[in-house]
Ligand binder design. Sequence first.
Ligand code: UD1
Length: 417
Amino acid sequence: MEKIVIKGGVTLNGEVQVSGAKNSALPLLFATLLADGVSEICNVPDLRDINTAVKLLRELGAEVELQEGCYQINTRKIQSVEAPYDLVKTMRASVLVLGPLLARFGHARVSLPGGCAIGARPINLHLKGLEALGAHIHLDHGYVEATTDGLRGAKISFDLPTVGGTENLLMAASLAEGETVLENAAREPEIVQLAEALNSMGAKIEGAGTAVINIQGVARLEPLECQVIPDRIEAGTFMIAAAITGGNVLIRGAVREDQEALISKLIETGAEIRPEADGLRVIGPKKVASVDIRTSVFPGFPTDMQAQFMALMTVAEGTSRISETVFENRFMHVCELQRMGADIQIDGHSAIIRGANQMTGAPVMATDLRASASLILAGLASENTTEVSRIYHLDRGYEKIEEKLAALGAQIWREQE
Ligand code: UD1
């Protein structure tokens, strides 16, 4: 097993390029199942979750090749419609094959994902939506068995805006007969990219990026050709890296419109954010001010940035309250940050952070993807050495983060445990 070692206390300076967005690449890879032919997706990041998605596509019978950073996916010979437990348990986003398989083949068998480190994470809203489109769904030995003799458009009002649920329904409804209206849909930039990609395949989708999406079903879709958008969560993580070290970093590929909530909070901490031609420059404050945040769906403060922002608050002056409203159990990083000297108390769905501590390096353990980024950020701001173990979580969603941070001057490297 590998670990990341960080010698903290270095101010970061320079430029860093953001990779393609994991959370956009995954639905795009699965959307290729909707067409019969060869799709090409470029700017796909090199991550463990992407490898899992490719494994799943191959398991279904797709031929997948990687050439010069672009994936070619041939979906002409799909022989299986089953997403097995082994793959779904490693990556929950595997449930996104449900909509495409059902719409194109009338049948899908997908393992139920079960819980994960950050909470229960059910898929009941995906299933309810697909049932409204005319799918017959029953649960069998831990698998969702979905069949249909033809999906038909319907009006679906989500109980809460779900990113994956909206994506599954967008894909399924694109090949359904007639009109589908999704109400209370998720509005994340990844939803907009998926809708644009589906439209380029011949789908008729309007309203993506708003709470109401209208889909006119079509009989068939053409293969996909597209370029994955930059990863706003990776970009946000580098923005905080600049802020927490009092540095000056140009984050190439960071898109202002996708980061408004984070930008306004970083400005409150005293950081300066300057939009430049191809990204955002972040100049860290001399002293970080404490601010409160409350996670919510886009365009609110992203839950995927909560752990990283908490690392920043551990070195801020004053007290901040961070409330998590999207996931029920997303404070696993708190105990590890405490081991590095942070003063944090949990109060229900909130964490109260008394900042201005000098964080001290310690051996810590990554508990989930974004928690691991939080520990690395805390390590950058700590005295002495921090060793982050269980970094397979990190490798699910950050491409070469230690190399990118090292290029900004950080003393950080990967070692065998
Ligand atoms: C996606 C992101 C993840 C991010 C999350 C919220 C991907 C691959 N992952 O996850 O990084 O943290 O959005 O921004 O894009 N829920 C239900 N029933 C459902 C579906 C969801 O109750 O059927 C609940 C969840 O438990 C959670 C909330 O809705 O509390 C939001 O989840 P959702 O938006 O679906 O997250 P994911 O798509 O799984």
